[in-house]
Every structure is written in C-alpha cells, then in structure tokens.
Design a protein around this ligand. Sequence first.
Ligand code: PEP
Ligand code: MN
Length: 337
Amino acid sequence: MMVVMLPDATPEQISNVHNRLAIPGIKVVDMPGTSQLAIGALGDVMAVRELAIEALPGVDRVVAISRPFKMSSLEGSNGEYSQVQVGNHVVSRNTVTLIAGPCTVESRESTLEAAHHVKAAGAHMLRGGAFKPRTSPFSFQGFGEQALNILAEARDQTGLPIVTELTDLSYTSMVSDVADMIQIGARNMQNYPLLEAAASTGKAVLLKRGLSSTLEEMLMAADYILKENPRVILCERGIRSFETATRFTLDLSAVIWLQMHSHLPVIVDPSHAPGDRRFVPALCQAAVAVGADGLIVETTPEPEKAQCDGPQQLHSADFAELLAPTRAVAAALGKAM
Ligand code: PEP
Ligand code: MN
C-alpha cells in the first residue's frame, strides 16, 4: 500500500502515520515526490487496510499496489497456469475446451438428442440446467432431480462429463451426485456460502462472472472456492452496461485481463450476452481469437419450443457446422479444439 500525504502535511502528521504503520510484518519506506510525500507500507495488505490510515489528518489517499485476490493470482502460482481435469478431459491453456448443450433439461428426448449432436460436433462436456435461477419467480424453474437423472443418462450414452448449476445450498449433494463440474451462475457469483458448498463437494467448479461484478471481485469469489478446492474455471458471460441493444455486453478484454492476473482457466459463454443466436458463431470465433481456454454454448434440437433462453440457443443439428470457423481460428493459433 502507498499512503500519499497532502502537500501541506505537517511533520507531526507524517510521524503520526509512521507510528500507525509500526506493526509487525510491515516495512515502511518514505518516497518523497516534488510536492507530496508518499509513504510505502510493504507487506500484509489486509493488515494495512485495517489500520484505517485514510482517516488520519494530513493523508490525501491510500493506494493499493498489490491486488486483493490471493489464491487465484498468477503471482501466487509463480506464473504457472492451472490445468483442471473434468472426467477424462483436461482444461488448459493449450486447448479450446468445448462445453455445449441445452440451457435447461426440458425433456429426455431433446436432451439426449442434443447430447448426441454436441458429442458428434466434438464437444468435451455436456451442459444442461436442472435448477434454473430465473429472474421472475413465475418463469419455468427447471425440472430439478428428474432433470439430473436425464443428464446422468446422457453421460452414460455419450461419455460426456456433465456441467450443471447449483442454485441453493439444500441441493448440494443431489447436484454433486451427478455433476462432473458444478456451475455457479452469474446471479450467485458472490453467494459465499454457496461457493463454499460447491467447493466442499470436491467437484470442479465453473464460476460465472456476476452481471455487474468487477474482475477483482470475481477473483476474490474464486478465492472462496480455492481455499478448499483447487479445481476452478472462470467464465465471462457478459456484463451490464449502458447498452441495451444486446442483452449484456460480452467483455472479451476480461479474458485477457484474467489471464494476465490469474492462473485459472478462462472460458467464454457467447450465448447469454447477446441473447440472440445470430451472434453466437461470431462471438465463439472472437473468444477463441482473444485466447479463451474454452467455450460454453447453448444448443438444443428445437430452440423455438424451449421454455428458457430459446432465442439464443443454436439448433443442435447445425451445431458442428456453425462451429467450423471457430475451429479454424483455434487451428490458426495452434490450439487443439
Ligand atoms: C445458464 O448458464 O443457463 C445461466 C443461467 O447462465 P448465467 O448464470 O450466466 O445467466
Ligand atoms: Mn440459459
């Protein structure tokens, strides 16, 4: 941390700050500028934050130098990127992991058909919601346990690992019995007890970015999982901005920033940001072009009949063909997909 003193700070105010910073584990260094003195407080950032230095007379501002996230930081892993194994598949920086399937398990037939289509298209995992976090309580909430059984059958038939969302603490064991990777949805990114419950299952956890969350907040949320479970994958899925033409704004810079600051794999959801399937193939290409480690895409045989997120879901019969240009982008970057 760096404490910047006001230009007219008195020697007494400066020594007051020095006294406050005199705690074990903190090294204090004066850094005189042309008009203001900065006092560096090196060491335990959280301990310095708790000293409430900004409230002392003569202090202009306190500036953080190191980042507040710990276990998710790239520094903390000495620059080594994590690999996360899910089923037989390893999610890593060298490959583009493809997760695909319906937004929601709506019937046995449509889910199994989607599963076979995405398997044939080369997907590595099957997604499908059993419990849905709907904005309105009057919208379809998912088929719950019945849907989990259908997902388990889809895994038996295709061998694809299952990704499904945990929305409530009380469903933890039911969901973890079937999921190979537990999804934490955007609306629950900062639901800390839920993050801890997902972590405690030992299953891999897919953490989606909150609708209005900063990337630092996302990495601190990841720390809640990492303190118990190392298998975490981050997902950019679009954030709220002033723009209303598309449902959310897909923040592709987030992929680059997260890979600069975190060792965790970063994947992109190109379906929920636009809310419109016409955007999805191009956003898949763009995500892979900026270096995403994977994609999670919604696709179902008959999106027109879907009870949830129909307009954004790709027709699963066309899925392989729609993804062909994305494969070409991955190949150009030397990544297996
Ligand atoms: C989903 O993946 O179906 C979903 C609800 O996503 P999000 O949490 O990103 O809105
Ligand atoms: Mn959806």
